[in-house]
Each structure stands twice: as structure tokens, then as C-alpha cells.
Write a protein that binds this ligand. Structure first.
Ligand code: BEZ
Length: 209
């Protein structure tokens, strides 16, 4: 199944390191970052799960729950998890879905056979409180993800949901924002502060409080 932005994130039932879950019930009305990794007991994945665990409180403070997945069994996940804390200094802080029959991976199109074998690639789904898929990232198995960027995307999604703005390249909270093309400069001046027209199509404004 190919998921696109705006689609409803498919529900599923699966075993995880925190017990069996029904995904939508587990998620509730939180944001979720759902990310797959190729396999347990692998080096890049160990660093990623440790980094994500170390940032768990930064995700929670933004109303985001983390959940990972690989096609290994829950027994393997449990056997591997202590290594994550030992190696990275951050104990596993969120559930890992076990998907040995690849049912969830198929639902989310996380297996790309051109990437070497039939394990999952490094997919990331940002899912909003209404269960809509809002951003999808896909990395090859050989490239570990940047979790600061994943937090930055959450910040940008939440800022652009809360205010009628867009965010420029490399935007960080507090940086100037962009007036979207759908809003005239006149309207922007009534809704946003310090609007600057660099080009008729490129207008900056202060970040709304
Ligand atoms: C890793 O997590 O280290 C890894 C997994 C599959 C292929 C390459 C690296």
C-alpha cells in the first residue's frame, strides 16, 4: 500500500516491547513519529534507537509519541534493547513493534526490495492528532537519520497548523516565517507582524507568538 500525505495512517494490531497494541488506541490524540529500521543487533539501528530515546522527553514535550518497528520478533527486540542503553547511554524509551509476518510493514510500504533484502528500510511517518499522515521520510539502510531534523519537522508542522504561515529552508522555532502564496501582502499585514516583501511572491514575517 502506498501512503500519501493527508491519508489516514492505517490502524493495526501488533506485539511490541510494551505489550500488544492496537495502534489507533495506543496513539490516542497525540502526534506520533512511527519509524522503521532494518533489524535488531545492527550498528546503525542501535545508534538511532539510542538517539531517539535520548530525545524522548523533547518529543513528549511537543505532544509526540515515538514508536519504532522492525520485522524481527518481540523476543529479539527484548534481547537487543539492553544493548541500546549500554552503548548509547539512553535506555529504550518507547515501544518497538515486532512484525515478523511483515503485515504492518506492508501496510506502510516500509519494505523496498531494491534495498538489498526484505527487511524494512528507514521510513519515518509523522502522524497528527487526527491520524493523518503529515510528512514521510525514507532513508536507505546505510544512512542513519538525523533526529534533530525529525524534531524540527514536528516544530514546523505544529507552527504551520497553529498559524497561517509557511517555513523557509532550515527554519527553526523563533526564526522569521514565510507568508504563504495564498495570502496577499495586505492581508498578511493584518494577521502577522513585521511583514517584509522581498519579492511579490516572497514575504517574510516575524514568527507568531
Ligand atoms: C544497521 O542498522 O547498521 C544496518 C542495517 C542494514 C544494513 C546496513 C546497516
Amino acid at each position: 500500500m502506498t501512503l500519501r500525505l493527508g491519508d489516514t495512517a492505517p490502524d493495526f494490531q501488533a506485539p511490541t516491547t510494551d505489550g500488544d497494541i492496537s495502534f489507533h488506541d495506543w496513539k490516542g490524540d497525540s502526534w506520533v513519529v512511527f519509524f522503521s529500521h532494518p533489524a535488531d543487533f545492527t550498528p546503525v539501528c542501535t545508534t538511532e534507537l539510542g538517539r531517539a530515546s535520548g530525545l524522548n522527553s523533547d518529543f513528549s514535550s511537543r505532544g509526540v509519541k515515538l514508536i519504532a518497528l522492525s520485522v524481527d520478533s518481540v523476543e529479539d527486540h527484548h534481547a537487543w534493547a539492553p544493548d541500546i542503553g549500554e552503548v548509547t547511554g539512553s535506555a529504550l524509551a518507547f515501544p518497538i513493534v515486532a512484525d515478523p509476518d511483515k503485515a504492518v510493514s506492508a501496510l506502510y510500504d516500509m519494505i523496498h526490495p531494491g534495498e538489498g533484502d526484505t527487511s524494512t528500510v528507514r521510513s519515518v511517518f509523522f502522524i497528527d492528532p487526527a491520524n493523518k499522515v503529515r510528512t514521510i521520510l525514507t532513508y536507505p539502510k546505510s544512512v542513519g537519520r538525523n533526529f534533530d531534523e525529525i524534531i524540527r519537522v514536528v516544530d514546523a508542522l505544529q507552527a504551520t497548523d497553529a498559524h497561517p504561515v509557511a517555513t523557509p529552508a532550515d527554519w527553526r522555532p523563533g526564526d522569521r516565517v514565510i507568508v504563504p502564496p495564498t495570502m496577499s501582502t495586505e492581508e498578511a499585514r493584518t494577521k502577522l507582524s513585521n511583514v517584509e516583501e522581498v519579492k511579490p511572491y516572497l514575504r517574510y514575517a516575524d514568527a507568531p507568538a
